[in-house]
Design a protein around this ligand. Sequence first.
Ligand SMILES: NC(=O)c1ccc[n+]([C@@H]2O[C@H](COP(=O)([O-])OP(=O)(O)OC[C@H]3O[C@@H](n4cnc5c(N)ncnc54)[C@H](OP(=O)(O)O)[C@@H]3O)[C@@H](O)[C@H]2O)c1
Length: 277
Amino acid sequence: MKKAGVMGWPVSHSLSPALHQFWLREHGIDGSYESLAVPPDRLAAALRALASKGFAGCNLTIPHKEAALPLMELLDPVARRIGAVNTVAVGPDGALSGYNTDGYGFIENLRAEIPGWKADAGPVAVMGAGGAARAILDALIRAGAPEIRLANRHRARAEELAKAFGASIKVSDWQDRQRALAGAALLINATSLGMEQNPPLELDLADLPPGAAVCDIVYAPLETTLLKQAKARGLRAADGLGMLLHQARPAFKLWFGVLPDVTPELRRAVLAARQSR
Ligand SMILES: NC(=O)c1ccc[n+]([C@@H]2O[C@H](COP(=O)([O-])OP(=O)(O)OC[C@H]3O[C@@H](n4cnc5c(N)ncnc54)[C@H](OP(=O)(O)O)[C@@H]3O)[C@@H](O)[C@H]2O)c1
């Protein structure tokens, strides 16, 4: 029996068990996926113990993604560039390999939800410069986005990302974020604004061209104020749950040997698990 899980602190909020358990059932795999509550000072020991406990690997969530980096024997180039690990695989010799699938999940979700989407269709406006934004910027640049307009509340964080990722990133002040929308092909909310308990991201989408798409990576609520505004304007929209589901696919493949699909049934199962909490 193959085992995997998610390490976090706290971890009870994670939707990863619901989605991996759905795929295990769907593919008839004799395996398990558990929630692993691991405090920060136990991360190294918990990762070391994976092999002896028979785990094929694990996901990492808050607050472990950055701290795990130096604990990996092998680091995938994407995880190295992003500076964070969200997926760990245990090798036959017990060596730990670290990956980051957030950027992959972001791009795959866009491709699924916005048919015909092309990275080089025009400028991309990104709000936010936290951990998720870092993975998204890396993926957008690799996909061929020619110009990324980046605004973050604390400008210095956006400047750091521009320095790390290069000249295609143009930083603007948070109070000037509205200007990033003119002529943009894609708008992304990569802040935590719009999440339950948080205020919405304030932007007037009238400045986006009619063919533009809007993507919100926040998934609680599923339909944020930003996505409602996008739909009201007739713009194409992608929600944050899709990114979460797609980032899990390569991890499942690493541990269980099957690349699973993101289907309406999976979305329903994960949403039902969230609502039952
Ligand atoms: N769909 C998915 O698969 C997925 C994956 C990862 C994360 N997420 C979601 O994405 C969001 C960001 O996650 P993260 O890991 O990047 O978090 P993070 O590293 O803590 O970054 C938070 C971001 O939100 C900004 N922010 C927070 N409060 C703000 C406010 N009041 N006004 C303006 N900006 C504000 C921060 O700006 P400052 O830098 O100025 O503080 C920063 O850019 C969360 O809602 C998370 O749940 C979704």
